[in-house]
Design a protein around this ligand. Structure first.
Ligand code: SAH
Ligand code: SF4
Ligand code: F3S
Length: 448
């Protein structure tokens, strides 16, 4: 065993990055690296970055700037602090990072993480920056060692990575590469391992998670297999694409009790013209039909979405159609973004780029409507009961926090030993972003 070294990982972007950061820590544990909270004094700092919008990408360079004095202090004291940039900015701008940020020692794209130990050794030897943004043929996940860390009670499991959809605004097909599904047997084994380390809920992750084809019956099949694991109480999956909601998966929402009645199903826009320009490959009627099928299978299902406003060419009328669709469908708390032109994506070069003022106005109007719906969503729960999985201590002493099946954040006075168990709560109040509950019954759900 090598002597202990301090590893600090800062994670940006989506849940896939959160999952990857955990696996990076696993991959580095055999080399003696132990996770620490702050960058100061770390032997290795990994910035796991996101490229989805310009703002997200710019954060990386300012963070590198903040690390510079720590690195210099370390060097003055005779030590070394390696700075590694991982994630989607690394993949998209690897060479530019190497040029712009001389303090960076290592740039590693999301498909090359299993090579990290070797890259670190090279970085220690090299004078300049070590760069690996290949898309190797071997799938990375199956080359990363299994974890011996305790698992979060609500854990992530990446089942699919990459995207073949090529929406005209999106960098993901370029940063994460072609769609790849992990074999179902490996996933069942990893899920079993997560449960053995304390997980009670697993969220299956993929950039296009329901395009999963590692089991004969797709994601619906995998969900059914995982739901049979003893000790696993809850399953969720994200992010789903409306076009890949097949019958089997929709039926799982009816037939598999562990599959939670909350689905993030981004529609992006309520205008058919804009959806076509985005290359989303569905129109609003197709989306409505998917929602209908889901609600028939699981009438109480809560749906959330992502929206982009100010896409090139979006008129007031197009935007009004988005507001109308939101009013019609009725969403659980959702995300909305100003369109951000990303280098190399088709939409970035188009005419009709909206001025910042228009984007800001539309975003404010949409968020107002979404906030109203989110508040109504929380208020509807008050006075009822909900089965909650406690996943962490609450903000105040003597409280635990968790989620309802429909995805509301909720907290209640409860003893610590109930962490990791399901309990029935009476919902007594709603705040804008969460619910307050009172313990009614413990020891419900399937025992671990
Ligand atoms: N695979 C998912 C989306 C992943 S990216 C899907 O297809 O729904 C997460 C969200 O970021 C997207 O849903 C979209 O709303 C937003 N997004 C992606 N690219 C963007 C861009 N260039 N500008 C603004 N928002 C963007
Ligand atoms: Fe990006 Fe999602 Fe479209 Fe894929 S389906 S290109 S990840 S927005
Ligand atoms: Fe960002 Fe890459 Fe995820 S661009 S949203 S970290 S897939």
């Amino acid at each position: 065993m090598s002597p202990a070294k301090a590893l600090h990982i800062k994670t940006y972007g989506c849940q896939m990055n959160v999952y990857d950061s955990g696996r990076l820590a696993d991959a580095l544990a055999p080399l003696g690296y132990r996770l620490v909270d702050g960058a100061e004094g770390a032997d290795l700092v990994i910035l796991n970055t996101c490229h989805i919008r310009a703002k997200a990408a710019e954060k990386v360079y300012s963070e590198i700037g903040r690390l510079r004095p720590h690195k210099a202090r370390r060097r003055a004291a005779g030590g070394t602090m390696l700075i590694a940039v991982a994630g989607c900015v690394a993949q998209a701008e690897g060479a530019e990072i190497a040029r712009r940020a001389p303090d960076v020692d290592l740039v590693v794209g999301p498909q090359a993480y299993h090579r990290l130990p070797e890259l670190i050794a090279r970085a220690h030897r090299a004078g300049g920056v070590v760069l690996d943004t290949d898309f190797p043929v071997e799938p990375k996940f199956d080359h990363l060692p299994a974890s011996d860390r305790p698992s979060a009670i609500s854990a992530f499991l990446a089942i699919q990575e990459g995207c073949d959809k090529f929406c005209s605004f999106c960098v993901v097909p370029y940063t994460r590469g072609a769609e790849y599904s992990r074999p179902a047997d490996a996933l069942v084994a990893e899920a079993r391992d997560l449960v053995a380390h304390g997980a009670r809920e697993i969220t299956l992750l993929g950039q296009n998670v329901n395009a999963y084809h590692g089991a004969a019956g797709g994601l619906g099949d995998l969900v059914a297999r995982l739901a049979a694991l003893p000790g696993l109480l809850r399953l969720r999956y994200t992010t789903a694409h409306p076009l890949d909601m097949d019958d089997r998966l929709i039926a799982a929402h009816r037939d598999v009790p562990a599959l939670m009645p909350h689905l993030h199903l981004p529609v992006q826009s309520g205008s058919d013209t804009i959806l076509a320009a985005m290359n989303r490959r569905y129109d609003t009627d197709t989306y409505r039909r998917v929602v209908e099928r889901l609600r028939r299978a699981r009438p109480d299902i809560a749906l959330s979405s992502d929206f982009i406003v100010g896409f090139p060419g979006e008129t007031d009328r197009d935007f009004a159609a988005t507001l109308a669709l939101v009013a019609e469908i009725g969403f659980a708390p959702s995300f909305s973004f100003k369109y951000s032109a990303r280098p190399g994506t088709p939409a970035a070069a188009r005419e009709g780029q909206a001025p910042e003022r228009v984007k800001a106005e539309r975003l404010a109007a949409l968020q107002q409507l979404l906030d109203t719906q989110a508040e109504a969503f929380h208020h509807r729960a008050v006075g009822g009961r909900a089965t909650v999985l406690f996943v962490r201590p609450g903000r105040h002493a003597g409280q635990l926090a968790g989620r309802t099946p429909h995805g509301h954040a909720i907290h209640a006075p409860a003893p610590t030993h109930l962490l990791g168990t399901e309990a029935v709560l009476a919902v007594v109040a709603a705040e804008p972003h969460s619910l307050t509950g009172r313990l009614v019954e413990t020891g419900v759900g399937r025992a671990a």
